[in-house]
Design a protein around this ligand. Sequence first.
Ligand code: GLA
Length: 389
Amino acid sequence: MSSPGAEQAAQWFAAQYASAPKGVWHAPGRANLIGEHTDYNDGFVLPFALDRGTFAAAAPHQDAVLELTSRQAAGRRGPGALGRVEIPLDSLAPGRVTGWAAYPAGVIWALREAGYPVPGARVAVDSDLPQGAGLSSSAALECAVALALTELAGLDVIRPELAAIARRAENDFVGVPTGIMDQSAALLGQAGHALLLDCRSGETDPVPLDPARSGLSLVIIDTRARHALTESGYAARHIECEEAARALGVRTLRDVAGPESLSALADPVLRRRARHVITENQRVLETAALLRRGQVDGIGRLLNESHASLRDDFEISWPEADVAVDAAVGAGALGARMMGGGFGGSVIALLPLDGAAVHEAVRAAFRGQGWPDPGFLNAPPSSSARRLR
Ligand code: GLA
């Protein structure tokens, strides 16, 4: 099934390379209902795929070269705005490629490292995801390219493995120590469902998520405050969690029985970090249980608790997110919380189906602070990555 986005990506490819692509692949961005900074602690997450994402129009290359072009990068100005890149495959090594091209280059590197002999390719990338909004545009880019390259090469790599390969591209090639959540949502999400993922065992369980049936909707509020995981305190939090686990004598924070065990941690900062992770894991499981019983309205409280924990214990919220959450809840949202890695990006809120009053309240609160208007995106849980033409 093709789509206007796939046609546009194919045209972009044709304009750049004066030939037609072999196919167009798509991977969605993700929202995360709940379970933040739990993935790299071997914990639980509950993300879902968005109805927007990244397109990769691709064709084999006659040489051992990865040629890349991005419609978004071509439209930007300034350093790092390279719209076209050519990378000989034998020169691929971590640190050699920078900017947006490092993500697709990292994917071909990680595929080859995993023993998949992927040959050269031309890839033209297009996206309808706002970048830096915390919707995992980087994982969408990795996963669209990973699917394109493996299918072009006639390789059938199972999706959990492809997700691990895309994560490796980000961790070891780009150099950001993220967990497995975003790539899993992009490759394993299902329409009408959130994905309960046990990040230790890799076990996945689709959980029905259809807020409209309960007269509700999920909305993403783009606070316009931009984050870049590579520059943020994300890596610092990852290290603190490892320190807390070491001090508690467990493999990861997943293995701590409950918040009551934390009195053994002398350092108050590490105690707060660990408390977030432990209580967040519990909230994820409680949210999944409520959704299974069809009690969507019951999860609002858990979203609010998650936000408070991310703000006060994990200390990764940002002023625009706090203002958006307070204004949304004050105007009738059942719950709201910051989403993603932190320090910028988006908030997710559960609203009555007609959420106009909430939108207006958040806009007014932003104006009162002198900030630009936030963006509002509907977030219906959508399908995972696939070939579109
Ligand atoms: C980013 C990372 C994920 C996850 C979240 C926080 O999106 O890519 O792996 O750690 O932050 O939950």
